[in-house]
Design a protein. Structure first.
Length: 198
């Protein structure tokens, strides 16, 4: 099940990561590695689930090595998925250790407003926040034995989660909505799932 969760996290973040493509095309070599490193550090700093001060990042020729500690396996997978989502990253070597007791208190200070807005109107911080919520919802679906999380698409915009895809029964549709509603800071769920027993 963990492998399915990891694949889903990678897919969610990778698809959304194409918003970074225009930024790094002009860099090469160590400059490109530095650009990637800066983006990763920013993503971790803006993410409400990760403590950037406990994660060390090294980039060489587009290969990223993550060291340090995180609170849970989900945080470990999330850090790897977000890193894969940065354009230019060739591979990720995830050497993060899970140490629940080693979690430092997160700084409540967030970056002010990021000056880069994307076609859908979100800034960088909003994209990271939405991607995190999407990954959390997908993880819960994949961990639940009563629904097929791989058949459900999740999209998040400003704490509103939209579910689409197919499920076998009305009960599965209702369960997916309830699970999404109880995840993190989700304020509303638009349930567009289609019941298709075939």
């Amino acid at each position: 099940m963990k492998n399915f969760t990891k694949v889903a996290l990678f897919g969610i973040v990778f698809l959304g990561s194409q918003v970074f493509a225009a930024d790094n095309d002009s860099y090469e070599g160590t400059m490109k590695d530095a650009w990637i490193h800066g983006k990763i550090e920013t993503v971790f700093a803006l993410n409400r689930h990760l403590n950037p001060f406990s994660i060390d990042t090294d980039v060489e020729n587009g290969i990223v090595t993550l060291n340090g500690t995180v609170e849970s396996e989900i945080d470990r997978d999330l850090a790897e998925a977000l890193t894969h989502g940065i354009v230019g990253v060739v591979d990720v070597r995830n050497e993060l250790m899970v140490e629940p007791a080693a979690r430092d208190q997160r700084s409540e200070q967030r970056a002010d407003e990021n000056d880069q807005n994307y076609d859908d109107g979100r800034n960088f911080a909003a994209w990271v926040d939405d991607a995190t919520t999407t990954a959390a919802v997908k993880s819960i679906f994949l961990a639940n034995g009563h629904i097929d999380g791989l058949q459900i698409d999740v999209d998040t915009r400003g704490d509103v989660v939209t579910l689409s895809g197919r499920v076998d029964t009305q009960q599965q549709k209702d369960l997916a909505e309830e699970l999404a509603r109880t995840t993190g800071d989700v304020a509303d769920v638009r349930n567009n799932l289609v019941v298709d027993p075939s």
